[in-house]
Design a protein around this ligand. Structure first.
Ligand code: FDA
Ligand code: NAD
Length: 426
């Protein structure tokens, strides 16, 4: 049993949705493109799962947040794929790939062949078992990667109104879920090994602002330790969390966000890997010229910084997907991907954006006791990164533009004095 397509996108997440739209813009013909996804729904904006989807009032539900609404583009419903002659193979896991033969074998036993493959398999959540703790399969322990996880999280949350949640991990999932749990009137304790939240990106001063804000909402922080085991009741439900520092936290539910691993396993030994992902060039092309990789799974050259990075964020998924399709469909017109890293988050009434690189010296600016503040990152006398909380659209655009220009900064004290004004006048 088998089918053949000109283009196959493996994975049905954010990058797949944006790639599909770009294919139609570039004139793909009916029947040429196929998307294979383990998920049973067409591509959606994954960021909604830790935000609007978890709201107690008027929560976001599909079809509202199918791609590509996140970039104010057309919303691609199942009907749209049908109308554009895009074949959807949903609820189907690919279990092996042969890049030499250009075939994929699905768990249902079908062989799908391609002329060009785009790998958009994203990543999976790391499990506690990988850190030596058992209990991930207890019914009140939640991870959050896809719609199934999010639906489960909502059900668990609703089963313990006013109860206690322990959030494991102080990264993006931890911070966004903790805020959503509080909004659902659940008591939250956050546990993570670092000295402050969002350790990969926030400076201690920035982190302190968010931690104080969270504390004012009742969140308890347990920092500098990790969990060692769970307590279970006779039904196998978690009732408490034991920490390595000897303390104990009661738990009606647990949310775990301890990082991800890119889904590369199908291609290990067949394609070159780097930074835990599939290494691609500035055209998003892997070590096999018929195979492209985009989104969380791709390690691509970040031209502005002259190195190769794997970014785990939605903007990079959207733009790398579009660029790969342009490179495939219009090779002569498409140059190298030139991407400025962009991250953001929204929690409670707070909202921040970050552009560039969090390297070098940090210059904080603005009012850390108010609502608008930020930081510049200066490396080798050049602005390389900018963070802003509580900015306006124009201010965010200004820090993005300034960071992209990488202006030279000779006098850090002067940069501090100018604050946001520096970005607005660059
Ligand atoms: P993505 O994970 O979206 O899709 C991968 C797809 O491949 C899935 O459909 C999966 O089922 C499928 N797949 C994998 N292996 C397969 C196989 N063998 N066979 C078939 N199908 C397979 N970023 C940001 O910048 N701002 C934000 O606010 C957020 N918020 C956020 C919330 C939550 C809850 C999560 C989990 C993530 C975010 N992110 C984010 C990160 C962002 O969502 C992420 O970077 C993109 O979804 C990456 O898009 P991809 O298409 O690469 O992977
Ligand atoms: P993360 O990498 O942001 O954070 C992982 C956190 O896990 C670390 O900050 C650390 O505190 C914690 N940790 C690591 N080992 C631990 C251990 N043994 N015990 C306890 N804690 C431990 O990853 P995440 O928060 O799981 O997010 C998953 C993915 O989803 C990431 O790719 C992220 O970019 C993406 N995401 C992004 C956004 C956003 O951009 N706004 C929002 C949600 C999710």
């Amino acid at each position: 049993m088998g089918r053949a397509f000109v283009y196959v996108i493996l994975g049905g997440g954010v990058a797949a949705g944006y790639a599909a739209l770009e294919f139609t813009k570039k004139g793909v013909s009916h029947g040429e493109l196929c998307i294979i996804s383990e998920e049973t729904v067409v591509p959606y904006e994954r960021p909604a799962l830790s935000k609007g989807f978890l709201l107690p009032e008027a929560p976001a539900r599909l079809p509202e947040f199918h791609t590509c609404v996140g970039a104010n583009e057309e919303r691609l419903t199942p009907k749209w794929y049908k109308e554009h002659g895009i074949e959807l193979v949903l609820g189907t896991r690919v279990k092996s790939a042969d890049v030499r033969r250009k075939t994929l074998l699905t768990a249902t036993g079908e062989t799908i062949s391609y002329r060009v493959l785009i790998i958009a398999t994203g990543a999976r959540a790391l499990k506690l078992e990988e850190f030596g703790v058992n209990g991930s399969d207890a019914e009140n322990v939640c991870y959050l990667r896809d719609l199934t996880d999010a639906t489960r999280l909502v059900n668990v949350m609703q089963s313990c109104p006013g109860g206690n949640a322990v959030v494991i991990g102080g990264g993006y999932i931890g911070m966004e879920c903790a805020a959503s749990l509080v909004i659902n009137k659940i008591n939250v304790a956050m546990v993570f090994p670092e000295a402050h939240c969002m350790a990969r990106l926030f400076t201690p001063k920035i982190a302190n602002y968010y931690e104080e804000f969270y504390k004012s909402k009742g969140v308890k922080f347990v920092k500098g330790t990790v969990l060692s085991s769970f307590d279970f009741n006779s039904e196998g439900k978690v009732t408490g969390v034991n920490l390595r520092d000897g303390s104990h936290l009661p738990a009606d539910m647990v949310v775990v966000g301890i990082g991800i691993r890119p889904n590369t396993s199908l291609f290990e030994g067949q394609l070159t890997l780097e930074k835990g992902g599939i290494k691609v060039n500035g055209r998003l092309q892997s070590s096999n010229s018929s195979v492209y990789a985009v989104g969380d799974v791709a390690a691509f050259p970040v031209k502005i910084f002259g190195d190769t990075r794997r970014l785990e964020h939605v903007d990079s998924a959207r733009k790398s997907a579009r660029h790969a399709v342009a490179a495939i469909m219009e090779p002569d017109k498409t140059g190298e991907f030139d991407y400025l890293p962009f991250f953001y988050s929204r929690v409670f009434t707070l909202s921040w954006q970050f552009y560039g690189d969090s390297a070098g010296e940090v210059i904080h600016f603005g009012d850390f006791s108010g609502t608008t503040f930020g930081a510049y990152f200066v490396s080798k006398c050049h602005l390389v990164g900018s963070f802003l909380e509580g900015g306006t659209k124009e201010e965010y655009e200004a820090i993005a533009k300034a960071t992209r220009l990488k202006p030279s900064v000779e006098d850090l004290a002067e940069l501090e004095r100018q604050g946001l004004g520096f970005a607005l006048t660059v």
